[in-house]
Design a protein around this ligand. Structure first.
Ligand SMILES: [Zn+2]
Length: 133
């Protein structure tokens, strides 16, 4: 069931709201940056994500995949969300780091299915079709 969550980075400079159905699952990606930062996103459509505060506090760089924006809070370095683009369709989606959600029900998180995607070889976007967005 879709719920509206609030969340943000560690220092609180970046705040967001997102409509997420944890029952649809979350992703773990094996690319170097997701592995090293232990990024654990729920993927949502662009209209399900709202940046509430901190746009000017974000630091962004394009990584070598050229399909994903690596975005962190420039104060605390936390990666609260990312934006990816499907190379096939050009559509964008947000990856909301579920570890940055306020008051997430830990049972909902524990029962959310995890899809392992192969970002290392650049095919992470295939997971979007699997969860229907
Ligand atoms: Zn921060």
């Amino acid at each position: 069931m879709k719920k509206t969550y609030t969340g943000g980075c560690h220092c609180g400079a970046v705040r967001f709201e997102a409509d997420i159905d944890l029952g649809l699952g979350t992703l773990r990606c094996n690319c170097s940056i997701c592995t090293q930062t232990r990024f654990w996103p729920a993927i949502v459509a662009t209209d399900a994500f709202r940046l509430i505060e901190g746009e000017s506090e974000l630091s962004e760089q394009m990584l070598d995949t050229r399909n994903s924006h690596y975005i962190v809070c420039r104060h605390c370095g936390v990666r609260a969300f990312g934006v990816g683009h499907s190379p096939a369709t050009g559509e964008s989606a947000y990856g909301v780091n579920v570890t940055c959600l306020d008051d997430v029900d830990l049972d909902d998180l524990a029962s959310s299915p995890i899809s392992y995607v192969d970002g290392h070889r650049g095919t992470w976007h295939a997971a979007r079709a699997a969860i229907g967005i």
